[in-house]
Design a protein around this ligand. Structure first.
Ligand code: FAD
Length: 281
């Protein structure tokens, strides 16, 4: 196979069970065939996966891949996060995905969320140019944003603080992405904004997840998926067609890369990559 025509990366979450770990090892090995820039590993609210995120990251590096831990302050103090950064540097981590994160209800009380631009500032202050820092961007705008332009303003602040590139929340409208990139360019943001791609595999999960994170499922797509909600195979085939087309539009329109939300499953993302770039090596 040829290498992907744009840089790609894959996102995992830290598994909770032995079976989950075995599945993730298989997923990594299958997707490594597409020569990703890195595998990123999510970070649980309030530091709840601090150790498991770290352990998965170290396992990935030991398996010969580049790994990018997601990181947020959650309720943690500067010393804890500084120690984790030193640990990541020693383990050979090159990329960090810096986020504000969300605290689930009940954990909010005493701790205050630290915005991502402040975390980026902190990482640069503590570790200089050690890491390539990635941040989140929202083509359909973050659910708590004051306005479209204020959300872009804060993305700009993350870059001013030292971020190198952004990865977006997933979306199914290429127009929303290109309009967002244009709006960013108008205020001087010229760093790469890499589309986040979520394969379509399950109707109910997608609706629940999208409502929570503010991603829009276009009305036509909702109807098409709803019609296949009870036929998993038909939904997966249809979803593959839609998301392949979306990725093709994004690449043709100049997207600087693709970041796949794998949900720790290799088949849906692997089939997408195979449609886009040919079979793995
Ligand atoms: P911020 O950039 O801080 O923005 C949050 C909100 O505040 C926005 O509405 C923004 O407009 C506003 N804002 C930004 N900066 C300021 C400021 N300085 N002052 C006032 N307002 C401000 N969540 C997890 O818990 N774990 C993960 O691993 C994880 N990975 C993710 C990966 C990607 C690629 C993406 C897109 C999201 C991820 N999330 C994750 C979800 C993310 O944590 C939530 O969307 C969270 O609500 C916002 O995080 P942020 O880093 O975008 O926050």
């Amino acid at each position: 196979m040829s290498n992907p025509s744009v840089p790609i990366s894959f996102e995992f979450f830290p598994p909770k069970t032995e079976k989950g770990h075995a599945n993730l090892a298989e997923t990594r090995s299958q997707l490594a065939a597409y020569s990703p820039e890195y595998f990123s590993v999510t970070y649980g609210a309030g530091g709840s996966t601090r150790d498991t995120t770290r352990n998965v990251v170290v396992d990935l590096i030991q398996a010969g891949s580049r790994a990018a831990p997601h990181l947020s302050f959650g309720g943690d103090g500067e010393q804890t996060i500084a120690a984790l950064l030193r640990d990541y540097a020693a383990a050979g981590v090159e990329h960090i995905v810096a986020l504000r994160g969300d605290l689930p209800s009940g954990m909010g009380g005493a701790s205050q969320l630290v915005h991502a631009n402040q975390l980026v500032e902190f990482i640069r202050r503590e570790t200089g140019d050690q890491f390539n820092i990635l941040v989140a961007a929202y083509p359909e705008i973050h659910p708590e944003a004051e306005s479209y332009s204020r959300d872009i303003h804060w993305l700009g602040e993350k870059f001013k603080a030292g971020a190198d590139a952004a990865i977006t929340q997933y979306f199914y409208s290429a127009d929303a992405y290109f309009a967002f990139v244009d709006a960013c360019a108008k205020v001087g943001i010229d760093q790469p904004i890499v589309p986040g791609i979520m394969p379509l595999t399950n109707y109910q999960n997608l609706l629940r997840f999208s409502d929570a994170c503010g991603a829009d499922i276009p009305r036509w797509l909702r109807w098409q998926l709803k019609e296949r909600a009870d036929d998993s195979e038909a939904l997966i085939e249809y979803g593959l067609e839609v998301v392949t087309k979306l990725c093709e539009q994004l690449i043709a329109g100049g997207a600087p890369g693709l970041h796949f939300y794998t949900m720790n499953q290799w088949r849906p993302t692997g089939r997408l990559c195979s449609n886009l770039f040919g079979d793995g090596q």
